[in-house]
Design a binder for this molecule. Structure first.
Ligand SMILES: [Zn+2]
Length: 255
């Protein structure tokens, strides 16, 4: 064969051809301007890279083209324990539930805390596709989350953990170092409007989320300790795809 087996050509749309080299997990698109900047000096940095791509891929699995109808916004979150095991996931469901509080992080926390054995989020890391709003940041802080890693900054509703800096409980929150995080920030800042949820249902955002999904599929671990973590994550992603959408959480009124 004249093509090396590590090179795959994916046609995402008529106008966009993405070349993927699965050995380096480096993806180049016509519009790509930023260079890969995650060097994975540590096992944790590489895990952050894997889970940042994962949470985007998981959100892309159920992509909503209309942010006003359907399930809700294209925002997702996952919960990972200190051994690198994904233990829960959720997507924004504000439309499906007719409930504006049903952000991905809120649903994630509610799903996790309804497990009998879990009362707090201590020692758990949340990976979210978007910087948490004040509602979610407050909930994650009060429930003793250890760390939050988000992909995209929210210039309007973000910066929330800094607002909570004088609060007695602290969460270590930071933006992911994956290249796509910078690309999606740049793409949003170039839009004329400032409606982030509208941007997140655009074709441009969809392309970046698809790119993240492909990078995850082609990810090659440098730290052998993360090999099993990546394999388990891919298995988990397939399980989510096979499962039905998240059941609606109902809160019963006390009579
Ligand atoms: Zn929120």
């Amino acid at each position: 064969m004249f093509l090396k087996k590590t090179i795959i050509i994916c046609i995402i749309s008529i106008n966009c051809i993405i070349l993927i080299n699965c050995n380096s997990a480096t993806v180049k698109t016509k519009k790509s301007r930023t260079q890969h900047k995650c060097f994975h000096h540590s096992i944790q940095e590489e895990r952050d890279h894997i889970f940042s791509l994962f949470v985007m891929a998981m959100t892309q699995q159920d992509w909503q083209t209309d942010h006003k109808n359907g399930r809700g916004y294209n925002i997702g979150a996952i919960l990972v324990d200190n051994k690198g095991k994904i233990i829960n996931w959720a997507r924004n469901c504000v439309n499906a539930t007719y409930n504006g509080t049903q952000h991905a992080e809120v649903r994630l926390v509610l799903k996790e805390l309804t497990k009998k054995e879990n009362k707090k989020l201590t020692n758990l890391t949340i990976y979210s596709t978007l910087e948490p709003c004040i509602q979610c940041a407050g909930m994650l802080t009060l429930q003793n989350s250890k760390r939050v890693v988000y992909v995209q900054k929210d210039p309007t509703f973000g910066n929330t953990f800094k607002l909570l800096k004088n609060y007695p409980r602290k969460v270590n929150a930071s933006q992911s170092c994956i290249t796509i995080a910078k690309e999606i920030d740049d793409a949003f800042s170039e839009t004329s409007g400032n409606n982030i949820v509208e941007f997140l249902s655009s074709d441009q955002a969809d392309k970046l989320y698809k790119k993240a999904s492909i990078q995850l599929k082609c990810f090659s671990v440098r730290n052998k300790e993360n090999r099993e973590i990546l394999n388990n994550a891919m298995e988990y992603l397939n399980q989510i795809q096979a499962s039905a959408n998240v059941p609606v959480i109902t809160i019963q009124a006390i009579k």
